[in-house]
Design a protein around this ligand. Structure first.
Ligand code: NAD
Length: 260
């Protein structure tokens, strides 16, 4: 159970982040949610999660890649709850293009959202966690934190960087009862992946199910997507007492992709 714990989950207005919010709420954690959707669109969802958690659930629209916006988010969570016990750095964006044509502003945005955002939020919450002697930081990395794929320079660089940050934070916080781990999923069927499938189908003039079979799932020996609930379940486990000894780890959930 995570009763009495408070979790901040970035990028939790949809996709994997929302699945993580559901899993932590089901275990009784209070939640500070974040994303790019306007707050009005999130009101019903917050209410439903509050009922599930029997604990308060709040939402702030903020671009976590920007230092001021990130600070606004962590300050708001600290004002409302008084502390943050669990930080899940989940916000992430993707862009697919050859290095020679990769738009510089897309590079900057991917590094800011997928890497710098995790540093900023960790920097803000880690001192409180170590002072209280308990904390969990889970970084949603990717199989692309462990291996590369063509046309994903910014994403692969950011995710490899996120794994490096994970290891350093784990080492700095280990003695204080705070763990920091990276979850490395293969393909999960979310809006982020649906956009890639649609773009590749257009680019190659083939059907979407062909892209899914011959491009995406060709990487995964188990030939299926990982489920959002599977990723969320692993995150919830990493937040539990039983996971106190796991830190600085990269936990692959990629159907065997990186075992090759
Ligand atoms: P998604 O596009 O479905 O959801 C991304 C979420 O992040 C949304 O809630 C969005 O509002 C939020 N977000 C994006 N940019 C933001 C910003 N600057 N500030 C605040 N919030 C922002 O994507 P997803 O597939 O659920 O991805 C979640 C995480 O999982 C990402 O870090 C992604 O890299 C990682 N991941 C996804 C897959 C996959 O196959 N879908 C695989 C491995 C890792």
């Amino acid at each position: 159970t995570l009763q009495g714990r408070v979790a901040l989950i970035t990028g939790s207005s949809g996709g994997i982040g929302l699945g993580i919010a559901r899993a932590l709420a089901a275990r009784g954690a209070g939640l500070m949610l974040n994303g790019r959707r306007p707050a009005a669109e999130m009101a019903d969802l917050c209410q439903a999660l509050e009922a599930l958690a029997a604990a308060p659930v709040h939402y702030l629209a903020a671009d976590v890649g920007h230092p001021q916006a990130s600070q606004r988010m962590t300050n708001m969570a600290l004002e409302i709850f008084g502390r943050i016990d669990i930080l899940v750095n989940n916000a992430g964006v993707q862009h697919v293009a050859p290095v020679g044509e990769f738009p510089i502003e897309r590079w900057d945005d991917i590094i800011a959202t997928n890497l710098t955002a995790a540093f900023l939020a960790t920097r803000a919450v880690l001192p409180g966690m170590t002072a209280r002697g308990w904390g969990r930081i889970v970084n949603i990395a990717s199989a692309h934190a462990l291996v590369g794929s063509p046309f994903k320079s910014a994403y692969v660089a950011a995710k490899h960087g996120l794994l490096g940050l994970t290891r350093v934070v784990a080492l700095e916080a280990a003695e204080a009862g705070v763990t920091c781990n990276a979850v490395c999923p293969g393909y999960v069927r979310t809006p982020l992946v649906e956009r890639q499938v649609a773009a590749q189908a257009r680019a190659h003039g083939v059907a979407e199910d062909v892209v899914i079979r011959d491009v995406l799932l060709a990487q995964q020996p188990n030939r299926r997507f990982a489920g959002i609930e599977e990723v969320a379940g692993l995150v919830a486990f990493l937040c539990s007492e039983e996971a106190a000894g796991i830190t600085g780890a990269a936990l692959a959930m990629d159907g065997g992709w990186t075992a090759r």
